[in-house]
Design a protein around this ligand. Structure first.
Ligand code: PMP
Length: 477
């Protein structure tokens, strides 16, 4: 690869001309990635990294079939969707085929944020209401309209103020959330109902305020909030509350869709519900910006009945549609959903094994190639091991494996690799993580042993400290 400039110059220019607020991995020592193949990315010096976090490169970085489809269509025509084009209607037909009835009408857009913004607009027009129920820690996009329903950003000290029409429900997190399992010794189904009842309460609140409920928006498995798998029956009961209050249900499948969960094409199917509006994006173009909203004929008609035509310059352009069709081809031809199931189960089982070997691992959860490993400094109190998680990410990078962390406490290691990820990759990931966690165990044991050694034992409170430190040391061992 011929660089246009040395890495130091790229950093200098970025600092000068790109907004400092723009996110960057490993800011103090950023990576310069120059090409990718399948589940691997390469830096400017040719160093290869195993990519365990890029769920956009769904069928693998630079898949030749996808690249060719884009290149071919680009050389024919790229125009807007006010003209007829076969790729657009074929894509709509194929997407709809993967959805349950009555989800059968598509709108094509360019990003997940745009898809969610349009979903909200459709919901408002259809219900003639404004209030939205969202989940705590949720992220639905960077547009102003989406930041307003994204506690992931609203909760930040410098974040914007939550509008009064937004209602925040607790995340259905059975490990760290409001209701937990097995601490509260409730069945999973019961926990699902309890979390759904929280949404029910907000529906009643919105109704008593006179506004009523417009929409409930949620990822079917919450990725930005820390790889959360909601308890069984959660969405079923939640959708019931929302619909009884006259609202519509929006499923944000921007991260978790297109077969990632292994058993189904869409994550909402794992909860046995049918949303009124589904938004899809990221993996849809394998790196090319294309996204969509899929809804019911009834909701689409409410939109059309306004008489305000919808136009989106790039949404549904022939190049994007050709690329999205090629992505669907690869998912089908390479049976990537089945692969996500097989490799995902292996990854999950191996991560479960880590729980027995390292007290830092508090919880392991996932579905298909969507896996979270939550680190804690104490399993009983479930205290988030935030600093340790940061250390792990950096150490894994040194080992040429890219993972990320998330959750309100930034202590959940996140795996959502391209779907071409294999058993060997999963083994390499877990074996390396095992080693890195062992280093941390070693460091913690030395620290605790030192504390035990230096603690004077002749005053009562120190005896308590000594006892608790010894217990911790034993647990860690
Ligand atoms: N919804 C979810 C769940 C997301 O994770 C994201 C992006 N991280 C978006 C919406 C917004 O998508 P985009 O960045 O393509 O606008």
């Amino acid at each position: 690869y011929l660089q246009s400039m040395p890495k130091s110059e790229t950093i200098k220019l970025r600092e000068k001309h790109i907004g400092a607020a723009c996110q960057m991995f490993f800011r103090s020592n950023p990576l310069k990635i120059v090409r990718g193949i399948a589940q691997f990315m390469y830096d400017e010096s040719g160093e290869r990294y195993l990519d365990c976090i890029n769920n956009v490169a769904h069928v693998g970085h630079c898949h030749p079939h996808v690249v060719e489809a884009g290149r071919n269509q680009m050389s024919l025509i790229s125009t807007n969707n006010r003209y007829l084009h076969d790729d657009m209607v074929i894509l709509a037909k194929r997407l709809v085929k993967t959805m349950p009835e009555p989800l059968s009408v598509c709108f094509f857009v360019n990003s997940g944020s745009e898809a969610n913004d349009l979903a909200l607009r459709l919901a408002r027009i259809h219900t003639k209401r404004k209030d939205v129920i969202t989940l705590d820690h949720a992220y639905h996009g960077h547009l102003t309209s989406m930041i307003e329903v994204s506690p992931y950003k609203l909760n930040l000290p410098g974040g914007p103020e939550k509008p009064e029409w937004v209602h925040v429900a607790p995340v259905p997190d059975v490990y760290r959330g409001k209701y937990t399992y097995p601490m509260d010794s409730k069945s999973e189904r019961e926990l699902g109902r309890m979390y759904a009842d929280e949404v029910g309460k907000l529906c009643r609140l919105a109704q008593s305020n006179g506004g009523g409920v417009c929409a409930f928006i949620a990822e079917s498995l919450q990725s930005c909030g820390g790889q959360i798998i909601p308890p069984e029956s959660y969405l079923k009961n939640t959708y019931k509350h929302v619909r009884e209050a006259g609202g519509v249900c929006i499923a944000d499948e921007v991260q978790v869709g297109f077969g990632r969960v292994g058993t189904h094409m869409w994550a909402f199917e794992t909860q046995h519900v049918i949303p009124d509006i589904v938004t899809v994006g990221k993996p849809m173009g394998n790196g090319h910006p294309v996204a969509a909203v899929i809804t019911t004929p009834e909701i689409a008609k409410s939109f059309a009945d306004t008489g305000v035509e919808y136009f989106n310059t790039y949404g549904g352009n022939p190049v994007s549609c050709a690329i999205a069709n090629a992505v669907l081809d690869v998912i089908e031809e390479e049976r990537l959903m089945e692969r996500a199931f097989r490799v995902g189960n292996h990854l999950l089982n191996r991560c479960e094994g880590l729980k027995h070997r390292h007290s830092l691992v508090g919880d392991v959860r996932g579905r298909g190639l969507f896996v979270g490993v939550e680190l804690v400094t104490d399993r009983e109190t479930r205290t988030p091991a935030t600093a340790e998680a940061k250390h792990v990410i950096n150490r894994m990078r040194e080992e040429k494996i890219l993972i990320s962390r998330d959750g309100p406490d930034s202590n959940v290691l996140k795996f959502k690799p391209p779907m071409v990820f294999g058993i060997q990759d999963a083994d390499r990931l877990v074996d390396t993580l095992d080693r890195v966690l062992a280093e941390l165990d070693g460091a913690r044991i030395s620290k605790i042993t030192l504390e035990v050694r230096v603690t004077p034992i002749d005053d009562a409170s120190s005896k308590d400290t000594l006892r608790s430190n010894s217990k911790q040391a034993l647990k860690a061992i």
